[in-house]
Design a protein around this ligand. Structure first.
Ligand code: HPA
Length: 271
């Protein structure tokens, strides 16, 4: 018999609880090349994605495909090393499934991270996401509403928690890590954008563009999770540099990952 989404969430929750994942506070989604942070989690319980019922498959270079639970900066975290993208052919239900499971397991907050192209900001910039623009062409909440999680028409006015953003900036200042602030625009990918699209997105108010995060954040907000998002800007968006490739995205992420890891750990300690 076909399981409902709620039944699948419950099954996965019970499976992960049976593995000892009992009381996470913070969900952590680690974007391309940023997964190394999960290696610093203390007393880790590691579960391969392949073992988890109802879980998607992660196919992208730079994404490990593991779930890691333990302590980071004294907080109980459930980290995803590798996320599911819409462009991989995953339905939005699968892309956002981990967020619903995080909520069901007891998380009250979600930290999302990604690699993104900069519109205005250059490679190597860390950008705190203060809002987003959904250009994926769809919405993960289309379909029957899960009233157990949230309302039919969720308010997105404060998607990226203001207190968390203030804390993030003050932590960055204390560490002398430069942290910009801006709007993330999420596309479906897998193509990078055209220069004309980037000019349009600039006019719309976007500071960074990427192929993830927006679906997960919509579902997180629906579920009442407090969200903090950080983009690692890996390249100038299309039209501001001669060409774009994934190898460059990976190389720049390598360069900024120490600052990134230090910042995320320090922010977690203060949230
Ligand atoms: N566009 C979309 N996604 C990205 C980019 C980009 O320029 N860089 C890293 N991820």
């Amino acid at each position: 018999m076909k399981m409902t989404l709620l039944e699948k969430i419950k099954e996965t929750q019970l499976f992960l609880q049976s593995k000892g994942i009992t009381s996470p506070e913070f969900g952590l989604i680690l974007g391309s090349g940023l997964g190394e942070l999960a290696e610093e989690i203390e007393n880790p319980i590691v579960v391969d994605y392949a073992e988890i019922p109802n879980w998607g498959k992660s196919t992208v270079m730079g994404h490990a495909g593991k779930l890691i639970y333990g302590q980071l900066s004294g907080r109980s975290v459930l980290a995803l090393q590798g996320r599911f993208h819409f462009y991989e052919g995953n339905p939005m239900e699968v892309v956002t499934f981990p967020v619903r499971v995080m909520k069901s397991l007891g998380c009250h907050s979600l930290m999302v991270t990604n690699a993104a192209g900069g519109i205005g900001f250059g490679p190597g910039t860390l950008m705190l996401i203060n809002d987003h623009i959904n250009m994926t062409g769809t919405n993960p909440l289309i379909g029957d509403n899960l009233y157990d999680f949230g309302p039919r028409f969720p308010d997105m006015s404060n998607a990226y928690n203001e207190d968390y953003r203030k804390t993030a900036h003050s932590v960055a200042d204390n560490l002398s890590i430069s942290l910009k602030d801006g709007v993330y625009l999420g596309c479906s990918g897998p193509t990078y954008e055209t220069p004309a699209e980037i000019r349009a997105f600039k006019t719309l108010g976007a500071d960074a563009v990427g192929m993830s995060t927006v679906p997960e954040v919509i579902v997180a907000v629906h579920s009442g999770l407090k969200v903090l998002g950080i983009s690692a800007i890996t390249n100038h968006a299309a039209g501001f540099q001669s060409e774009l490739n994934h190898a460059e995205v990976v190389a720049v992420t390598e360069q900024i990952k120490e600052d990134f890891k230090g910042l995320v750990k320090a922010i977690l300690a203060e949230l």
